[in-house]
Write a protein that binds this ligand. Structure first.
Ligand code: 13P
Length: 325
């Protein structure tokens, strides 16, 4: 077994999943301000310390994706975040893209940037304790979108990122997110998701990415958040698994879903329903951000008196998702 395959399997096995705590400085600041906390580097550090020091987290969380800022910060005990995660048996990951920007020639669509200097950054993150990385591509459904241009540009960038990570010894989490925004149907989301993931794997193969050394992080197949017809949990589970069967090679060890703005309980129910479907070649797990930490942030609100309750809220979601598996 290669070391990349071993890391990928550790991330998705034993009923554990990944916690995405890698919000950019801008996104994290907005989320803190929404709960009345001033958006400073110290408050972002405090919040992330609260998350990673939640008791028994390693029982349900295999890896935590960190933002660049957090990667270099220290906990109150003097350990860096990657060092502390290693101490408690959780793999440290790092978000390496630099965000989604407007794509030229494709009004309303985005391309994720961050390839420049990536080889050197991967080398540095690996030296400081990262074992895996993340890159998020964003695909929008709407009138005449996604365009082939946006899908191909994003799939190409994901594949070049994945190749550079593997060369530097990091397992790439390959995240093509088809957004929930819009009024499209479940069937449209299934069609777009299938075609996007197929294009991503065409590009991964073209770039000679070792497929047993990646984790795919897709959206679940759902109807648009503004659609009047919301499917049942079973319909979401079946449509998601059908899309994956039609697009993901069996050599991929695991698929870890993003939550994408679904309510935490709904994301967990959808994940649980997929586990009842037989004969899937890959592990199906979670790599949630908001669906894991949302309730904890709402509970914390920057008050030290709320810390234990906030950690309790995170534990509850983490245990529920591990049980769903
Ligand atoms: P959500 O689960 O909040 O969608 O975040 C997952 C993630 O990592 C997005 O890149």
């Amino acid at each position: 077994m290669s070391s990349l395959n071993k890391i990928a399997r550790t991330l998705v096995s034993n009923r554990r999943g990944i916690l995405a705590a890698d919000e950019s400085i801008g996104t994290m600041s907005t989320r803190l301000e929404k709960v009345g906390v001033e958006a400073t580097a110290e408050n972002r550090r405090l919040y992330r310390e609260l998350i990673v020091t939640t008791p028994q987290l390693a029982e349900s969380i295999s890896g935590i994706i960190l933002a660049d800022e957090t990667f270099y910060q220290k906990l109150s005990n003097g350990r860096t975040f990657p060092e502390y995660l290693s101490d408690i048996g959780i793999l440290a990951g790092i978000k390496v893209d630099t965000g989604a920007k407007a794509l030229a020639g494709a009004p309303g669509e985005k391309i994720t940037e961050g390839l420049d200097g990536l080889r050197e950054r991967v080398e540095e993150y690996a030296r400081l304790g990262a074992t895996f990385a993340k890159w998020r591509a964003v695909i929008t459904i709407g009138d005449s979108v996604p365009s082939d241009r946006a899908v191909h540009a994003n799939a190409h960038a994901l594949a070049r990122y994945a190749g550079l990570c593997q060369e530097g010894g990091l397992v790439p989490i390959v995240e093509p997110e088809v957004l929930m925004d819009g009024s499209h149907s479940l069937a449209t989301c299934q069609k777009v998701t299938t075609s996007v993931i197929r294009t991503v794997f065409d590009q991964l193969e073209l770039m000679k990415v070792q497929l047993d050394g990646i984790v795919l992080k897709p959206n679940m197949v759902v109807a648009g958040s503004e659609s009047s017809e919301q499917p049942s949990v079973e319909d979401v589970a079946n449509a998601t698994v059908d899309a994956l069967r039609a697009s993901v090679p069996p050599s991929v060890p695991g698929i870890a879903f993003l939550s994408g703005g679904q309510r935490p309980e709904v994301a967990t129910e959808n994940l649980a329903a997929m586990q009842n479907i037989d004969s899937l070649p890959w592990e199906l797990t979670y790599s949630f951000g908001r669906a894991l930490v949302g309730p904890a942030l709402e509970t914390w609100r920057g008050e030290s008196a709320n810390e234990a309750a906030a950690q309790g809220a995170l534990s509850e979601r983490a245990v529920a998702n591990a049980s769903a598996r």
